[in-house]
Design a binder for this molecule. Structure first.
Ligand code: DAH
Length: 337
C-alpha cells in the first residue's frame, strides 16, 4: 500500500511558494510543479488507484479541491503581478514633478498692504466707506462751495439723484467723524473715480489712501512727522520731502508734498521732468468748517488730513511709466511683483 499523501501540508507549501513568486518565470515554475500534468497534484490523483479503497474517495476529493484552490491563487497572483508591471512602466520616478501654478496678490494690493502696515505702526486704524456716495459726503460736508469746479460733470460720475461715484477718499473723514469722538487716527484706502480721459498718467478709476488725525492738540508738525516717517519707510531713508503751500476746501492751511526724485536724487531727469521733485500727496490741517459739519468743536479739536494716490506711489517705487498697466491684467506685468 502506498503512503497516504498529506494534502494540507502540500497545499500550504505550494501557497508559500506562490507568495514568493515575483515574476513570470517563478509563476511558470509554480504552475508546472503544482498544477501541470506532471505536477504534484496530478501525481496524487494518478496514484489514487494504489490507495486503500476507503481512502481513495477522501484523498481524491481533497486533491481536486486543493488543485482548484491553487489554480485560483495562481490566477490571482498572475493578475496582480501583471498590474504591478503596468504601473511600473507608466511611472518614471525621475521625471520632475508638475508644479501647481500659484496666484499672487496684485501689485496695488501689495502696495496698499505695505502702506497700511507702515501707518499701523504709527497708531492708525483702518476704516472704509462706500464708493457710491452722496453729494453731501463727497463735497458739501468737506466744505466745497456749491459752484466748485470739482462738482462739474467733467470730473464727477453722477449715478442718479443725489448719488455719485466718490471722486476721492476724503468723504471717509466725514463718515468716521460722525460716528466717533476724538481722538481718532484713521487710514482709509479705497477706490475713487473721475471722469477723465484715459492716458498713461490718469485713469477713470484709481486708488487713494486717506489719512486723518483729530484730537485735542494736533499740529502741523505732527503732520510733517507722520509723512516724513512714512516716506522714509516706504521709499527709503534717502527720500526727502518738500512741502509747498496749496489749497483744498477741507484743509487750512493746505499743502502739496513732493518727494525728491528717486531716479536722479534731485539732480533732474526725465522722470521728474528735470525738476528734481515729484508730487506725491495733498494734505493740510482740517478746516474748522469740516469739524462744524460733524459737530466737533473747532475751538477744542484740531487735526490733520492727507490723501495720496496709490497708483502714483506704486509707479514711483517700481518705476512704472503707464497707469493703464495696473488694470489690463497682463500677467507678464503682474507676475513681476
Ligand atoms: N482729496 C484730495 C484729492 O483727491 C487729496 C487730499 C488733499 C486729501 C488734502 C486730503 C487732504 O485729506 O488733506 O485730490
Amino acid at each position: 500500500m502506498a503512503d497516504v499523501p498529506d494534502i494540507d501540508r502540500l497545499t500550504a507549501q505550494a501557497a508559500a511558494e506562490l507568495e514568493r513568486a515575483e515574476d513570470q518565470q517563478a509563476l511558470d515554475g509554480f504552475k508546472s510543479r503544482w498544477l501541470g500534468r506532471k505536477g504534484e497534484l496530478s501525481l496524487i490523483l494518478r496514484g489514487l488507484k494504489d490507495l486503500a479503497p476507503e481512502q481513495r474517495r477522501e484523498i481524491g476529493v481533497a486533491a481536486n479541491q486543493a488543485r482548484e484552490k491553487l489554480q485560483a491563487a495562481y490566477d490571482q497572483r498572475k493578475g496582480a503581478l501583471e498590474q504591478n508591471k503596468a504601473v511600473a512602466v507608466d511611472l518614471d520616478y525621475t521625471l520632475p514633478g508638475r508644479t501647481v501654478p500659484r496666484g499672487g496678490l496684485h501689485v496695488l494690493t501689495q502696495v496698499t498692504d505695505e502702506i497700511v502696515r507702515i501707518f499701523y505702526g504709527m497708531g492708525f486704524e483702518v476704516a472704509d466707506g462706500p464708493e457710491i456716495e452722496t453729494d453731501y459726503y463727497n463735497f458739501t460736508a468737506l466744505n466745497f462751495p456749491p459752484d466748485h469746479p470739482a462738482r462739474d460733470m467733467q470730473d464727477t460720475f453722477f449715478v442718479e439723484g443725489d448719488y455719485l461715484l466718490r471722486t476721492h477718499t476724503s468723504p471717509v473723514q466725514i463718515r468716521v467723524f460722525e460716528k466717533r469722538r476724538p481722538p481718532v487716527r484713521i487710514l482709509a484706502p479705497g477706490r475713487s473715480y473721475r471722469n477723465e480721459a484715459i492716458n498713461a498718467r490718469s485713469y477713470c478709476m484709481f486708488h487713494q489712501v486717506e489719512g486723518f488725525y483729530a484730537a485735542a492738540d494736533v499740529s502741523f508738525a505732527d503732520l510733517k512727522g507722520v509723512l516724513v516717517g512714512f516716506a522714509e519707510q516706504f521709499f527709503g531713508a534717502e527720500a526727502k520731502l518738500r512741502f509747498r503751500p496749496s489749497f483744498f476746501p477741507f484743509t487750512e492751511p493746505s499743502t502739496e508734498v513732493d518727494i525728491s526724485c528717486l531716479l536722479c536724487g534731485g539732480k533732474g531727469c526725465r522722470l521728474c521732468k528735470y525738476e528734481g521733485w515729484l508730487e506725491i500727496l495733498g494734505a493740510g490741517m482740517i478746516d474748522p468748517e469740516v469739524f462744524r459739519a460733524v459737530n466737533y468743536d473747532p475751538e477744542r479739536i484740531s487735526g490733520f488730513a492727507f490723501g495720496m494716490g496709490i497708483e502714483r506711489l506704486a509707479m514711483m517705487k517700481y518705476r512704472i511709466d503707464d497707469i493703464r498697466l495696473f488694470f489690463e491684467n497682463d500677467l507678464r506685468f503682474l507676475a513681476q511683483f
